[in-house]
Design a protein around this ligand. Structure first.
Ligand code: ZN
Length: 268
């Protein structure tokens, strides 16, 4: 894998060293999701439309670009909730990445390579009526939270599970992480088991749903990250781990002639 990344790494180095535009004529093979989620950039991105079936943006000033397959899987997951529960309210989409990726400081450490997105939780009123999430409401271990305006909301386990299930099962992309607090993950897993969902699905969902140890507990939104596809490693994509068993492995690297590597390093 290291060897597979070597050529791409040299190209990336050349792009940065030359201060070229991206993608660069110097290293045209470096494109798409390039680098690690917290230190890379993005080309050939697609913008998630402002609203679609079952979702809408949180704010116009946010960044809504990602790899096309990330956009596609978000549209698919949002629509799947509406199909299963027609009386749903739109899920609220937070930030993806900037059009060309890079830092979205100070709010996000990652979100730089078009593989990350924040999505607010599905919530209901205390009585169970679906309502749009008022805005990053922290949900406690009892599944209840209070909005900034003092409104009580309840974590909508059923709709959230439909959304998570779609992310895990989609054929469009491979989900690497769904960051979410431990207690909410437990609610979702318990719900999935009670529904009689296939154990392989539940296990996969349980594996990717994690409360991160090095950042916020994610008790007010989920953060979804998709994995690099096999052919993207040679173009500079760096998964950053973990490499779950079902995720694509880097494709065997096609040998790059030494003359091309030299040309990449010194420029035209
Ligand atoms: Zn995030």
């Amino acid at each position: 894998m290291r060897r597979a990344l070597f050529g791409a790494g040299l190209g990336l180095l050349a792009v940065v060293a030359a201060g070229c535009s991206i993608p660069s004529a110097v290293a045209p093979q470096i494109r798409g999701s390039v680098g690690l989620p917290h230190s890379g950039f993005l080309t050939d991105s697609k913008e998630l439309p402002r609203k679609g079936k079952g979702y809408e943006w949180r704010r116009t000033q946010d960044h809504h670009y990602g790899l096309p397959r990330l956009v596609g899987m978000l549209e698919e997951a949002s629509a799947s909730v509406v199909v299963a529960r027609p009386n749903s309210q739109p899920v609220i989409m937070g930030e993806l990445s900037a059009k060309g990726g890079g830092a979205l400081m100070p709010t996000h450490r990652s979100h730089r390579t078009g593989r990350d997105v924040d999505v607010l939780f599905y919530v209901t009123s205390l009585e169970g009526a679906p309502i749009p999430n008022p805005d990053f409401v922290k949900i406690g271990p009892d599944g209840v939270g209070v909005s900034a305006a003092g409104r009580f909301v309840r974590f909508d386990t059923a709709r959230q599970w439909i959304f998570v299930k779609s992310l895990v099962e989609t054929k469009q992309a491979h989900v690497q992480w769904i960051f979410i607090s431990r207690v909410l993950e437990a609610l979702l897993v318990e719900h999935a088991i009670a529904l009689g969902e296939p154990s392989a699905l539940v296990q996969k969902a349980q594996t990717v749903m994690q409360q991160p140890g090095d950042s916020l507990p994610h008790d007010d939104h989920i953060h979804v990250r998709i994995a690099c596809e096999a052919d993207e490693y040679a173009r500079g994509c760096d998964g950053g781990g973990p490499q779950w068993g079902w995720l694509p492995k880097p494709a065997p690297r096609v040998a790059v002639p030494a003359s091309e590597l030299v040309a990449t390093l010194v420029g035209p």
